[in-house]
Write a new protein. Structure first.
Length: 401
């Protein structure tokens, strides 16, 4: 079966699979433009359809590695800029709630010293505003909202523009060390990624930073890998499984002293301001609310097994939590018994582990699948990664490394 999939993927130098991907993505974008109930998604689909369709036509005419970047610009970056400009011009239906949350986090950090409202403050809001009172992200996410808090409402202060800037920088560095067309497609032009970046975007830079951290680990640059994955974890909890797997990888390769300061230091550092002001507000926003114990219910309700169990079984939330904990223990046991020795293996473990977690979480979104998809598809590229400079090939075998 694997041989058949490999032959199909590599047929005509990979271009037949590219044609299928771009054509299927064009169909998805068209359906989204015509049927989605979310207006930012409809606006994305109306633009992205033409980008995907053009890519399908150009599959046999343009070099694959160039086409993937051009397509990403057409189906993600262009719709993002269009929606940001329209929003700055007064359209209130050109951004998902994640964008507003990140920008409000930046405003609160600038004016209150913490990006979080307390449970009491959220409860005192009008009923229809309580959901947006929550900020279910790590404190580092507020950085993306600071441009709008400082400079005002312009298209370039839209949080998505800064999500995209970090994503572009991270992926540009990552592909220098671990490049394959399929891996880049998984992080850029797949509709689940392009749509997310153009309309909401907060998960994309976190994913890109994790991929860069894995690529840096593959190139034996564990110090920088720690800084990068620590920055991702400072923004969102979804990066912490990757932190854990990279720590095990670094311990296995005796490189933990390089990795740990950044991987653990940055997430701890960003907690200092909110914990000095009101630690319970952090717990309320980042832990209680996603677990379903907030003043209002999280809208993250994709019909995965964990959500269905939580909603339909007696004590369903407890059952889902137990299953999630059991999976975490199984993965932890596997890490201890058979620790990863390569960044490729670490990427596979991160991908399968996050897939299991997303499926079993009581509150989750379909869009979160972009994480495991990217990690699983990037694993082969990480297996053949190269150092970023010639001297590093020698230093990787020198004493003390």
């Amino acid at each position: 079966m694997n041989n058949l999939l490999t032959r199909l993927d590599q047929a005509r130098g990979g271009r037949l699979a590219d044609l299928f991907l771009y054509a299927l993505s064009a169909a998805f974008a068209l359906v989204t433009a015509l049927t989605s109930t979310l207006l930012p998604h409809r606006a994305w689909g109306a633009i992205a359809f033409w980008g995907y369709a053009a890519a399908a036509v150009a599959v046999f005419l343009v070099r694959r590695s160039l086409l993937v970047w051009i397509t990403w610009a057409a189906v993600a970056l262009l719709p993002l800029v269009v929606e940001a400009v329209q929003r700055a011009g007064g359209r209130t239906d050109r951004a998902q709630e994640e964008v507003l949350v990140a920008e409000r986090m930046g405003w609160r950090l600038l004016h209150d010293g913490t990006p979080y409202l307390s449970r009491g403050a959220i409860s005192s809001l009008p009923a229809d505003e309580r959901l947006m009172g929550y900020s279910p992200y790590q404190p580092g996410m507020s950085i993306f909202g600071l441009p709008r808090a400082v400079f005002g409402d312009f298209w370039w202060t839209d949080a998505r523009v800064w999500f995209a800037a970090v994503t572009v920088a991270a992926l540009a560095l990552a592909v220098r060390m671990a490049f394959s067309v399929r891996a880049v497609q998984a992080a850029t032009v797949f509709p689940i990624c392009a749509l997310t970046l153009a309309t909401g975007g907060d998960d994309i830079p976190v994913m890109a930073l994790c991929l860069l951290a894995l690529a840096l680990a593959a190139a034996d640059r564990y110090g920088w890998a720690g800084v990068v994955v620590g920055a991702a974890a400072a923004c969102k909890l979804f990066a912490f499984p990757v932190v854990a797997v990279l720590i095990v990888l670094a311990i296995t390769n005796r490189r933990w002293r390089s990795l740990l300061p950044g991987a653990l230091g940055l997430p701890i550092l960003v907690l200092i301001p909110p914990f000095l002001i009101d630690p319970d507000s952090f717990v309320e926003n980042v832990l209680r609310f996603p677990l379903g114990h907030g003043v209002v219910t999280s809208p993250a309700q994709s019909p995965f097994p964990g959500y269905l169990i939580a909603q339909n079984l007696p004590a369903g939330h407890v059952v889902a939590a137990v299953l999630l904990a059991a999976v975490a223990l199984i993965i932890g046991y596997r890490l201890l018994r058979r620790p990863p020795r390569t960044a490729s293996a670490a990427s596979l473990i991160s991908g399968w582990g996050l897939l299991a977690a997303i499926l079993l979480m009581p509150t989750t979104r379909f869009g979160y699948l972009l994480y495991p998809v990217a990690f699983l598809v990037w694993a082969p590229a990480l297996a053949v990664s190269t150092p970023v400079n010639p001297q590093e090939a020698h230093s990787r075998t020198s004493p003390g490394r």
